[in-house]
Each structure stands twice: as C-alpha cells, then as structure tokens.
Design a protein around this ligand. Structure first.
Ligand code: URA
Length: 439
C-alpha cells in the first residue's frame, strides 16, 4: 500500500477500510510510517471525520497495538470510569474504593494532568510513597487483594496512542471526535474491563466547549464500546465551575479523604455516586440505580470506602497514615484568602481561570514533561448561587512564592461574576447517554 494514496482518500472524505487503517496504525507504531505522513492523516481525519465503523476499527487497532491486561484471574466483574478531564475533578479517588467495596473490581489506568485539567496520577503522587508505576503482575495482585488499583499507562499499553497523542498535541489535531474516541477507548479497553462509564465534561473548564461536541463524543464512545461488547454509559456533566471545593493535588487528596468520610461537597458527591451507580448497574452487580446508590452510600457511612482507599495506598507503597493526619502531605508555604469585591449572588466561578491559576502556581503542566508542585492549589471555593457580602471569603490560594500567589490572584480576579438577583447553577448532570436498544 502507498501511504499518500490512503491520506488522499481520507482527505477526499472517503471511508477507509480495515486494511488501510491497519497499514497506517501498524506502520506508525513500528516506525515505517513517518510522523509527517501520520500528521497529514490526522489532519485529514480532523477535517473529514470518520464513520462509526472506521472509528471502531481505529480503536480496535490502537488497542491491539500493544499488550492487553489479562484480568481473567479476577473473578469479580471489572469496571472503570474515564473522565474527559476537568478542574477539581477528584472523582476517581472516591469512585475506585467505593465501587471496589460493592463486589466489582476497578483496574484503573489513569493519566497525568495536562493544561488546566488535573490528573489522577499527580494527585495520587502527593501521598508519600505512593507508586503509580506497578508492573502488570503487581497491578493484578493489588486488584486481587483489595479490588482496586490506580496506576499509570505503561509503555506497552496502546503504544500507538502514546505516539499519536504526542503528535496530535503538536499538530493541532487533538479536538477530533474519532481520534479522541480511539485514544481514550484503546487505553481503557486494554485494561481488560467488562464495562466503562464515561464522564464527558462540558463547559468553560472542559475539553469539550460546545454541548453538541460533548454529546457527539459521548454517543460515539458509547457506540464504539457497545460494539466491542462492553457495558457502556456516558454522563455529560457540568464543568463550568470547579467540582467540589478545591483544585490542585494534595488539596484534592484531602478533600477526597474528607468526602470518603461523609464530609463531601454536594456536587462532588452527586457526580461520584451517579457514576458509581451506573458502573454497578452496567456490570449487573445491581439491577437499578437507586439500589446501587443506597449500597454505595452505606460504604461511606460505615467507613468501608475510606478503609479500602487506605488499603490500596498501602499496597502501592504509600503511607496510609498520611490520610488520617494530613500534616505529612505536601503543603504550600504561603496562603491567602481571596474575598468578595462586592455584595451579590455568585454568578460565575470560572473553572478555566481557577485551573489556570493552579497551573501558574506549578500545580499543573503546560508541557507533558513539566514537574508538578503537589502542595499548591486553591481551596474553600464558593459555589455559583451563593449569596455573599463584600469582604466574605470566596476561596483560599496556596502558593510556594509571593510572586506566584500574586499571579494566581490576577487570574482569579477574572474568575468571578456577581448578580444582584438570585442565580441558579447549571444542572450538574446534564444528560445520560446509554446504548441504543437494538430491536
Ligand atoms: N484524552 C485522551 O486520552 N486522548 C485524547 O485524545 C483526548 C483526551
């Protein structure tokens, strides 16, 4: 096959066959197709899109470009969640132990933060000693011992995606629904799961800025996963304001541990319990969402979910005592309360500005190889709709230098808007997308 003829075919909007896609993905992974031809192909896909058949084939080829985790020795149903990423999105830290307390296993392979969206691995690495880089056999033994494990992507898992994602990042081809679907699903399905719930974030702090794009991504992912015989559901959730009360790394670990002990922000708990309940229903552990939610709530009330998380941390080499007494978690040297400049109802807390402030203080990355400062962040963030008086606290900024704190404050100045009349926040769960019933 001649690579440029296949590029031309996609450029002209035609559907590619499995053989043509396979030639490209295999060739790119084993370096017989150079970056410049793959970049041209990615751009052609960006402009011309792909049919569902092509997207499903692309996903399958990318998933099979490397190793698949063999979870067959684990008797429980295996289920996971993936979020398209947001600010203050610490759901994974609650969800993995909660679901693992309810007769399902959660083999979670997570990512690092990039841009304004935080990453689960960075949060977990703020726990002293926690290792995200387990071997396959260690991963399986943690899963067997406690039902959940949170690790990073190994070089052998979906290597086609690892290369292609880095290329897309520098060629303006990230926001393509077929490419995003192939990228996310190839990694998740290589985990050896029976079901997957997607949390597609929509809004100012999300990757998907328009609601239509969020819907299309959710539908495409659900359809592709269903074709691959996985139980699938997607929730489109609001990411206009940060989720919960904090954004950063160790500050989000603290918030998550409080939440696992019954002191969670209402929005964080609503999204977490909804995602967890769908996970249990997808893999037939529970028959309906309400029963699943009640069972999950019991795991918080009894302290079982918090103990499960600590057990997982210990199995990963981390110090579970750091989760009882937060003083050994990374902490910033300076902090300042940011107050309301006027009376009114909070009409906007821009997740984008809050996320930028965290990145500026070093709590996130602007390049994949940037180091992360685990101690910085923002806490005690007010919620849209809250009534405040001039001088009331709106949030607290934690930085490791006066300069960074001042820079973060400038960004936070642009985060808020106020109204004289009462304001209602966006619905948190905008839509639930399930597979279409085949007649
Ligand atoms: N996250 C991924 O893993 N891949 C994408 O393409 C976009 C977001």
């Amino acid at each position: 096959m001649i690579p440029q003829w296949i590029i031309e075919k996609k450029r002209d909007g035609e559907e590619l066959s499995r053989e043509e896609l396979s030639f490209f993905i295999e060739g790119y992974t084993n370096e017989t197709i150079p970056d410049y031809q793959m970049a041209a192909m990615a751009m052609a896909i960006y402009f011309k899109g792909m049919t569902l058949d092509e997207t499903a084939t692309l996903t399958d080829l990318m998933m099979n470009s490397g190793d698949l985790v063999d979870t067959s020795s684990i008797d429980l149903p295996k289920v996971d969640k993936h979020s398209t990423g947001g600010v203050g999105d610490k759901v994974s830290l609650l969800l993995a132990p909660l679901v693992a307390c309810c007769d399902a296993a959660v083999p979670m392979i997570s990512g690092r933060g990039l841009g304004i969206t935080g990453g689960t691995l960075d949060k977990m690495e703020s726990i002293p000693g926690y290792r995200v880089g387990l071997s396959d056999s260690e991963f399986l033994s943690v899963l067997k011992a406690c039902g959940c494990s949170m690790i990073g992507q190994t070089g052998q898992l979906a290597p086609a995606d690892k290369k292609l994602y880095a290329l897309r990042d520098v060629t303006g081809t990230v926001p393509s629904i077929p490419l995003i679907t192939g990228s996310i699903m190839s990694k998740k399905l290589a985990e050896g799961i029976d079901g997957l719930v997607m949390d597609v974030k929509w809004g100012k702090g999300a990757f998907m800025k328009t609601y239509e794009d969020a819907q299309e991504l959710a539908r495409t992912i659900v359809e592709v996963g269903t074709r691959m015989d996985k139980g699938m559901a997607a929730l489109i959730t609001d990411m206009n304001q940060p989720l919960g009360w904090s954004a950063g790394n160790s500050v989000e670990v603290i918030e998550s541990m409080d939440a696992l002990q019954g002191k969670g922000a209402p929005d964080l708990m609503e999204v977490t319990l909804a995602l967890c309940a769908h996970m249990l229903v997808l893999v037939n552990v529970e028959q309906d969402i309400e029963t699943a939610r009640a069972k999950l709530q019991k795991q918080i009330d009894s302290g079982a979910a918090f103990e499960k998380f600590k057990h997982m941390v210990e199995l990963h080499g981390g110090d579970p005592k750091a989760l009882d007494d937060y003083s050994s978690l990374p902490k910033a040297s300076e902090s300042e309360v940011y107050t309301a400049p006027q009376d009114g109802y909070v009409a906007q807390v821009s997740a984008e500005q809050v996320g930028r402030a965290v990145v500026l203080m070093g709590g996130g990355r602007s390049k994949t190889d940037d180091a992360v400062d685990h101690g910085v962040g923002i806490t005690d963030i007010v919620k849209v709709g809250q009534q405040v008086s001039k001088g009331d606290p709106l949030l607290t900024i934690h930085a490791n230098s006066a300069d960074k704190l001042a820079g973060a404050k400038e960004l936070i100045d642009k985060a808020f808007a106020f109204s004289d009349s009462p304001v209602t926040a966006e619905d948190l769960i905008k839509e639930i997308i399930l597979p279409e019933k085949k007649s």
